[in-house]
Design a protein around this ligand. Structure first.
Ligand code: GTP
Ligand code: NA
Ligand code: MG
Length: 294
């Protein structure tokens, strides 16, 4: 790619951490909308993705229901995250899913920013958390290491701007760039069949710009972009780099982790989708045939 075509793009951040350490509350605080209250039982039911701005700089956040979606996407070769924010509750400390998240981030070669949460609690012990993190190779900057740690209270709205600033500092170091012109590319974060709207896919735009009317393909789904809805539920005409956007107009529901591509024309999109479907069908015959003879 011609470097002169590249433009700075916002960082895409995934929030991970042990159950109930405050991932949703943090994202909620950042977005200043009360998602926790809306969720059944306070457990994340879906991937929420949205953008926020700090001093005119955008950050894209992705909430994950556990680590499954992240692992699944990585297994399929989709790189969606630039930075992992690891939420560790200061009272609970490093727990099994904290370690899992550290391992996922390391395997994917994604830098970690640690948010030590719930520092408002009487039994909060951030020093113990930092000690535990060091044991897993995440030595805090304050202790001479290179892991950014920020102490926060998602509940009391403490340290949130500091966390966002640290994310932007790290993003600058990472020099995240992409080509904003040309046909859009991206990855499907989630998709479902909406009774009224048909197949709806939340797509993270990773290259180019997406427009209404563009021919598109994702996995075995294809179509023409009928409508675009942003993270605030607003209808928009174009979606740009690092934006999560709901895309309507697919022939069927694509899968999370599917690569998203705008094609030259609609027949190309259809041909690509159909050949993928054909390949899947052939693989099915082959494995059935193998098990029948073997
Ligand atoms: P899962 O999605 O189920 O894994 O949980 P989560 O990590 O998203 O945690 P969630 O945001 O649902 O918070 C769990 C509980 O901790 C809720 O009752 C929150 O109100 C509470 N909580 C979150 N952040 C803080 C904090 O900074 N201080 C205190 N005291 N409580 C918090
Ligand atoms: Na929870
Ligand atoms: Mg949650």
């Amino acid at each position: 790619v011609d470097p002169s075509l590249l433009a700075e793009r916002p960082p895409v951040v995934t929030v991970m951490g042990h159950v109930d350490h405050g991932k949703t509350k943090l994202l909620d605080r950042i977005r200043e909308a009360n998602v926790v209250a809306q969720e059944a039982g306070g457990i994340t039911q879906h991937i929420g993705a949205y953008q926020v701005y700090l001093n005119d700089k955008a950050i894209t956040f992705i909430d994950t229901p556990g680590h499954e979606a992240f692992t699944q996407m990585r297994a399929r070769g989709a790189k969606v995250t630039d930075i992992v924010v690891l939420v560790v509750a200061a009272d609970d400390g490093v727990m099994p899913q904290t370690v899992e998240a550290i391992n996922h981030a390391k395997a994917a070669d994604v830098p970690i920013v640690v948010a030590i949460n719930k520092i408002d609690r009487e039994d909060a012990d951030p020093n113990r958390v930092m000690q535990q993190l060091s044991e897993y190779g995440l030595v805090p900057e304050a202790w001479g290491g290179d892991t950014i740690t920020v102490q926060i209270s998602a509940l009391q709205n403490l340290g949130i701007d500091d966390l966002l600033e640290q994310i932007l500092v790290l993003a600058e170091v990472l020099e995240l760039k992409a080509n904003p012109s040309g046909r859009a590319t991206g990855v499907v974060l989630e998709a479902n069949l909406d009774v009224g709207r048909g197949p709806v896919a939340t797509v993270l735009i990773q290259g180019g710009t997406l427009h209404i009317g563009d021919p598109m393909v994702a996995g075995i789904a294809w179509g023409r972009v009928k409508a675009l809805v942003n993270d605030k539920g607003k209808s928009i005409k174009i979606a740009s780099l690092a934006m999560p956007v709901q895309v309507l107009g697919f022939s069927e529901v694509p899968s999370a982790g599917d690569e998203f591509n705008v094609t030259a024309d609609l027949s190309t999109a259809k041909t690509i989708a159909e050949s993928r479907e054909q390949r899947i069908r052939m693989a099915g015959y082959a494995s059935r045939a193998a098990s029948a003879t073997g």
